[in-house]
Design a protein around this ligand. Structure first.
Ligand code: F6P
Length: 382
């Protein structure tokens, strides 16, 4: 049984299961006083929890009008927190994102943010976890548990999806209370978020067979590149992360402009290169980059809506995503990469996370990599 595929296919129902409680929690955590006073927002986390911050920066800026900085937990904790502008109480808002609530660097980021005067919120699936002890407020957002054979570790897609919805609803809430959105505009955004279940369902149905075919046809590939911009730069990083976790292949997420400055010069001609776009502000540059990629022999794939005819025309495979506003598009755009990763692992017979062998260990969330027990700033500070 491919548990990653099963998780992907559970996503449309997950919207129905969690939407009402998420919406309620957003209202409680983001009260009027905070919504009105905040001047800037820092979104921090590690891995998928960093990618979701990149996915939603655009929503906070466009829908809520709040300047937003998505940062890795490391960058914020050690190089950001101490340099936030001193604009007074309740003006710097820090949301530390950690599904497990136990990742040391995100705990440290929340601690440093609080010490430096930010309002701190822990967005987590784990009640009572370390991040909740560090932050002033907790935003609990958990996917209902998913039946899996005992001892199975599956690359996470459900928790990431829940966090995408939680942050998009937070952006709408901020926009509504701050008067950036009218009540009826806010309701329209909420109902579009609510209906993402249909868009996700459609995307899975339309892209699954192409994802499987591509995984079988390109067994020989030993590297995968995902390219995206704006909110879908995070999708590119996340898609590469799923390949690394699922099949262990070298995989890279890159910005659509940066690709032309860097990967364009990579020696291996036929690297599968996936261009992810919702046909938004990025589209003209994405088509230019894909044109160049095709010209130098890359195996080009489009992860895009059907209306992306120019991009699709350049591509060997098209994994269609539903047409939704660009600001919401990472919710659907993450699906094809997840499907490719799930099938790639199956086709080459590679266990998820390398079965945590070769010196790796699952306990402590990564064992020797010390993602949960790493020394924090106070311990090593000179
Ligand atoms: O959201 P969390 O629990 O802080 O985890 C962050 C990252 O660390 C891992 O749990 C393990 O590397 C990833 O799955 C995740 O992307």
């Amino acid at each position: 049984m491919n548990t990653m595929l099963a998780q992907i296919k559970s996503l449309p129902k997950l919207v129905d299961e969690i939407y009402p409680s998420l919406n309620e929690t957003v209202r409680q955590v983001l009260d009027h006083e905070l919504c009105l006073s905040v001047k800037r927002l820092f979104l921090v986390g590690c891995g998928d929890s960093h990618h979701v911050a990149l996915n939603t920066e655009y929503a906070f800026e466009a829908l809520a009008g709040v300047p937003t900085e998505p940062m890795t937990a490391m960058q914020y904790a050690r190089y950001g927190a101490g340099f936030m502008p001193s604009t007074g109480p309740l003006t710097n808002l820090l949301i530390g994102i950690s599904v497990s609530g136990a990742v040391a660097r995100t705990v440290e980021a929340l601690r440093m943010g609080r010490q430096c005067g930010a309002v701190t919120i822990a967005l987590t699936a784990t009640e009572g976890s370390r991040v909740t002890q560090e932050a002033e407020r907790t935003f609990l957002a958990a996917a209902p548990s998913f039946e899996e054979p005992p001892g199975t570790a599956t690359p996470g897609v459900r928790s990431f999806f829940v966090n995408q919805l939680a942050l998009l609803l937070s952006a709408v809430r901020l926009g509504e209370v701050r008067g950036r959105l009218t009540l009826s505009e806010a309701e329209t955004w909420r109902s579009q978020i609510r209906r993402l279940n249909e868009a996700v369902d459609w995307t899975i149905e339309q892209s699954e067979s192409q994802a499987r075919e591509l995984a079988e046809a390109w067994k020989d590939a030993n590297e995968f590149v995902f390219v995206g911009a704006g909110p879908n730069f995070g999708t590119a990083l996340f898609s590469a992360a799923k390949i690394l976790e699922a099949s262990g292949d070298s995989a890279l997420g890159q910005d659509a402009e940066e690709w032309g400055h860097l990967q364009y010069f990579a020696r291996t001609a036929e690297t599968p290169t996936f261009f992810i776009t919702a046909c938004g502000r990025d589209y003209s540059r994405t088509v230019e980059a894909a044109t160049a990629a095709k010209a130098i022999g890359r195996r080009v794939v489009a992860i895009a809506p059907n209306k992306a005819t120019e991009l699709v025309g350049l591509s060997r495979y098209h994994l269609p995503i539903a047409e939704v506003p660009e600001v919401l598009s990472p919710v659907v755009a993450a699906i094809p990469g997840e499907l490719v990763a799930a099938y790639r692992s199956e086709v080459i017979g590679e266990p998820f996370f390398r079965g945590f062998g070769g010196g790796r260990s699952i306990e402590g969330g990564g064992g020797i990599s010390r993602i949960r027990t790493s020394d924090t700033w106070e311990v090593w500070q000179p």
